[in-house]
Design a protein around this ligand. Structure first.
Ligand SMILES: N[C@@H](CCC(=O)N[C@@H](CS)C(=O)NCC(=O)O)C(=O)O
Length: 210
């Protein structure tokens, strides 16, 4: 299998963590997003959205969208599961993951920031946008975990929620959001990063890191 990604991509980071948690080895193919390599004809033939990640299976099938890839991994390699068994808790884990993947990440993403620059916003305002989107979104995530036991987001083992949280906290820091306001998120992040599956997936440890 090949994972098309980029060291700094939060969505690819989610998939790297998920692959490591399942113990699945893949070949990593890097596409330099700042150089626009994701828009090369050869990559658009793999993912018409021009986004990473994409997972190319050994039979040539291509899976896109990090949460769909992670869902496929969980169905194909059931242990350890990414979702709890209780239906209400599953819904809560999914809601937390979607709060990050649908409501925070896309609004502060490279493509959106580029559009803001093209519309004439100066660099300071663009970075403030990204910091605010992260700070406001993560403030809601902190409240979502208020009554959940730790140390992970939802209990004693990592779930899809932690897989999404760790990369997003990285983005939030990169854009200058004050994450110290979120002690429960930081507790889950620390528990996650202590696991080799999360540690190995860190952007700075990837071969394409700059
Ligand atoms: N919803 C998608 C988001 C993918 C995405 O936005 N990827 C970013 C990197 S984190 C990207 O490829 N950006 C390139 C661009 O915007 O041109 C997923 O979860 O896979």
């Amino acid at each position: 299998m090949k994972l098309h990604g980029y060291f700094r991509s939060g969505a690819a980071y989610r998939v790297r963590i998920a692959l490591n948690l399942k113990g699945v080895e893949v070949e990593h193919v890097s596409h330099h997003l700042r150089k626009g390599e994701q828009r090369a004809e050869s990559y658009l033939a793999i993912n018409p959205q021009g986004l990473v990640p994409a997972l190319e299976l050994d039979d040539g099938t291509v899976l896109t969208q990090s949460l769909a890839i992670i869902g496929w991994l969980d169905e194909t390699y059931p242990e350890p599961p990414f979702l709890p068994t209780d239906p209400v808790l599953r819904a809560k884990v999914r809601a937390f993951a979607l709060a990050i993947a649908c409501d925070i990440h896309p609004v502060q993403n490279l493509g959106v920031l580029k559009r803001l620059r093209r519309l004439g916003l100066d660099e300071e305002t663009v970075l403030q946008w990204a910091a605010d989107v992260n700070a406001d979104g993560l403030a809601a995530c902190e409240v979502m975990l208020r009554n959940q036991e730790g140390p992970f987001c939802f209990g004693a083992a990592p779930t899809l929620a932690d897989v999404c949280l760790v990369p997003q906290l990285g983005n939030a820091r990169r854009y200058g959001a004050d994450v110290q306001r979120f002690p429960r998120l930081l507790e889950a992040e620390a528990a996650s990063k202590a696991l080799p599956a999360f540690a190995k997936a860190a952007p700075e440890l990837q071969p394409d890191a700059e």
